[in-house]
Design a protein around this ligand. Structure first.
Ligand SMILES: C[S@@+](CC[C@H](N)C(=O)[O-])C[C@H]1O[C@@H](n2cnc3c(N)ncnc32)[C@H](O)[C@@H]1O
Length: 203
């Protein structure tokens, strides 16, 4: 959405933002993926994309904010910045050995993320949970918050390697987050998109 671009550009332009340290979950699990193409969904200021590029991945870094992408796109030749709205963006099929989705939620993308992984590819997903209480940092809109167990159930057609829902301290606030690491099976037994049910007319 155009409003998202304006809002996020303002946010990134109005404060001194640095790429910062890659997320702990990325450092912990990226080695499970074979070197190749990686996708960073909603890459922000690129802390995770830069880290993966330095590790030898070719990274497609997608974000709606051109201000954010400009901060890091030219810092490594392995990074391809993609300024796009993830409400409509199509993830290419079976292109990625590693997909990151951190601190961003767009449920429309779930089947495309599964399809975008190569067989054996790794998904690292971590985002905010609804949680309870007033003292939690999280997006204000409920649509952008995961429900309990939702992330786990959404990727059950992948092999789940790690899953947890926990409360962490972040910038002197507390957040509830769900974290998932999963692998796309080499041979898929379950279709990601529902198949049309057979009717008597089809027989
Ligand atoms: C909380 S930041 C997370 C950034 C990064 N993944 C991280 O973990 O630091 C969310 C990002 O989503 C991007 N974003 C929000 N709405 C978007 C949309 N519709 N399409 C693409 N990117 C969007 C914002 O520009 C912002 O960089």
């Amino acid at each position: 959405m155009k409003e998202d671009r304006i809002r996020w550009n303002e946010k990134y332009m109005n404060k001194e933002t640095h790429s910062g340290e890659p997320a702990k979950i990325v450092k912990q699990f990226f080695r499970l993926a074979s070197k190749g193409n990686a996708l960073d969904i909603a890459a922000g200021t690129g802390k995770n994309a830069l880290f993966l590029a330095e590790q030898g991945f070719s990274v497609d870094a997608v974000d709606i904010s051109d201000a954010a992408l400009r901060m890091f796109a030219s810092r490594h030749p392995n990074i391809s910045p993609v300024c796009a709205d993830l409400d409509t963006f199509d993830i290419p099929r079976e292109r990625y050995s590693l997909v990151l989705n951190l601190r961003f939620l767009n449920r429309r993308l779930f089947p495309y993320i599964r399809e975008g992984l190569m067989p054996g590819g790794i998904l690292i997903f971590e985002s905010y949970l609804e949680g309870t209480g007033e003292d939690y940092c999280r997006p204000s809109c409920r649509d952008y918050l995961l429900r309990d167990n939702e992330l786990l159930h959404s990727f059950l057609s992948l092999k789940i390697l790690f899953y947890q829902e926990t409360k962490i301290a972040e910038q002197r606030e507390f957040c509830h987050i769900a974290s998932l690491v999963a692998m796309k099976p080499e041979v898929s037994c379950c279709p990601s998109f529902p198949l049309k049910e057979q009717t008597a007319d089809d027989k």
